[in-house]
Design a binder for this molecule. Structure first.
Ligand code: SF4
Ligand code: SF4
Length: 358
């Protein structure tokens, strides 16, 4: 994939673009506001940087109307990345004291959630599965720490009993701080995680956004990370031919998480695994690199909760029309966004755990 243009060039391209990617943006589709199209968000950021509009909280608000899904980039002939550029804009807003009001105490909330996630992951795992040094350790992330014992028990059943828990004080890789544009806090957290994970050769992470942040952004921020980082589906794919399948679900849609698909290029591994446990894995009409976001990225559920919910409801329309009651995904955030009373969203780990139990 070609590199994106530099930031100034990207902002200029978008400002003078006839909104060629507008139809791809889940936020402006849900909100139907011109100010939230990718072009207008980027043009607003350019005006803010050039001090051509008042540098206020209100004027900066469109910078937060983005999930970072990357759908616009996939459509853009110049490969501009509004999803990444706008996070730089958020960092500038934070620096100037015009950050989004809903993110004002984010760092404190983040620390509380991250440490609580680590405690919850640890709670279901025995001491012998929590060494400080190991070849491979599992890191569930802060949105679904309860998957830790499920994943380790699945690993026992597939002959990967050597996988342990990446135990430590924190249970989040730091993507929320990055997405908020709180870059100093993100760097500090990356340094903490670098120390926490130093004893492992490989870390299997279940949150795609944190896999992306740990693989690419720690380095960008000058923080070395000793272990190789891979997503759960990449690790489990190595066992796909020897999964001891006992039962299968009849039908399920597969939801591509944006950070796993568009940002990390992982499309086939989760599908191969899901097909082992589901007779009929359905594709959305927009799938793989064209997949629609579920509205959970970029902290949208915090800054624009109604819009985030509307995006998820739109994604579920096709599932309901097909009268299918299961969506499989490989991202705890997508799972949280899509889970309803009539549609059950399941993580790949849960699906494979259920399928391989006697
Ligand atoms: S991302 Fe590309 S297609 Fe979209 S507004 Fe910017 S220049 Fe145009
Ligand atoms: S990255 Fe996604 S949410 Fe953000 S502007 Fe592009 S299409 Fe819209």
């Amino acid at each position: 994939m070609p590199s994106p243009p530099d930031l100034d060039t990207s902002l200029t391209y978008c400002t003078y673009c006839p909104k060629l990617c507008r139809h791809t943006c889940p936020v402006s589709n849900a909100e139907a506001k011109e100010t939230l199209t990718p072009r207008d968000k980027m043009a607003t950021m350019r005006l803010l940087r050039r001090a051509e509009v008042p540098q206020t909280v209100e004027q900066s608000e469109p910078l937060y109307g983005c999930t970072g899904c990357g759908a616009c980039t996939d459509f853009c002939l110049h490969k501009v990345e509004p999803g990444q550029a706008l996070l730089r804009g958020r960092a500038e807003a934070e620096r100037d004291g015009r950050g989004h009001p809903a993110l004002r105490d984010l760092a404190a909330r983040f620390t509380a959630k991250s440490t609580e996630a680590a405690r919850r992951a640890r709670a279901g795992v025995s001491q012998d599965k929590r060494p400080t040094e190991a070849q491979i350790a599992f890191f569930p992330g802060c949105d679904a720490p309860e998957l830790a014992p499920t994943m380790l028990s699945l690993c026992d059943r597939i002959g990967a009993e050597y996988v342990s828990l990446a135990d430590g004080e924190h249970g989040c890789g730091g993507y929320p701080l990055f997405a908020a544009g709180q870059f100093d806090a993100f760097r500090l957290h990356a340094e903490r995680m670098s120390r926490q994970l130093a004893g492992f050769a490989r870390v299997v992470v279940n949150c795609p956004a944190c896999v992306w942040a740990m693989r690419t952004q720690y380095r960008e921020f000058g923080v070395p990370l000793a272990p190789a980082v891979e997503h759960t589906s990449e690790f489990l794919e190595g066992f796909v031919e020897r999964l001891p399948i006992e039962r299968r679900r009849a039908a399920a849609f597969y939801q591509d998480p944006c950070y796993l698909g568009r940002w990390l290029g992982v499309y086939d591994a989760p599908r191969r695994l899901a097909k082992k446990a589901v007779d009929d894995v359905r594709e959305f009409s927009r799938a793989r690199n064209e997949a629609e976001c579920t509205g959970g990225g970029g902290l949208l559920p915090t800054t624009m909760p109604d819009t985030a919910h509307a995006i998820a409801e739109h994604r579920l329309t096709e599932v309901r029309q097909a009268k299918v009651s299961t969506v499989v995904t490989s991202c705890p955030t997508c799972k949280r966004q899509l889970d309803r009373d009539d549609v059950h969203a399941v993580d790949l780990i849960e699906l494979l755990d259920e399928a391989t139990r006697k």
